[in-house]
Write a protein that binds this ligand. Structure first.
Ligand SMILES: [Zn+2]
Length: 101
């Protein structure tokens, strides 16, 4: 990115103030759900030799696979699968949520 573009963007941010900052935070959150403002369906995101793992919080499941975690080769692909996450009330989820054992 050219320096001119950066200063123009900074100027735009300055003009928009608080609102722009919120937008930037939302974008950062979408880009890497591991930081502040992470979606509440995600417990944690980890990377290992199998790829990027998204561990869902109790009460959520990937609807097509009935699993409580997502693994994909890229973080983007893993985050895309979040669109398949739906509420889950299986025994394990209810136990982990602290409901009646
Ligand atoms: Zn479940």
């Amino acid at each position: 990115m050219a320096t001119k573009d950066i200063s123009r963007a900074a100027a735009a941010l300055g003009r928009k103030g608080r609102q722009a900052n919120t937008d930037a935070q939302a974008a950062a959150s979408r880009a890497n759900g591991a930081k502040g403002g992470r979606p509440r369906r995600i417990d944690r995101i980890e990377r290992d030799i199998d790829g990027w793992w998204i561990y869902l919080k109790p009460g959520w499941v990937v609807c097509d696979e009935r699993t409580h975690a997502i693994v994909e080769e890229t973080k983007q692909a893993a985050l895309r699968k979040m669109s398949l996450v739906e509420p889950c009330a299986c025994d394990e989820c209810r136990r982990l949520q602290g409901g009646a054992a």
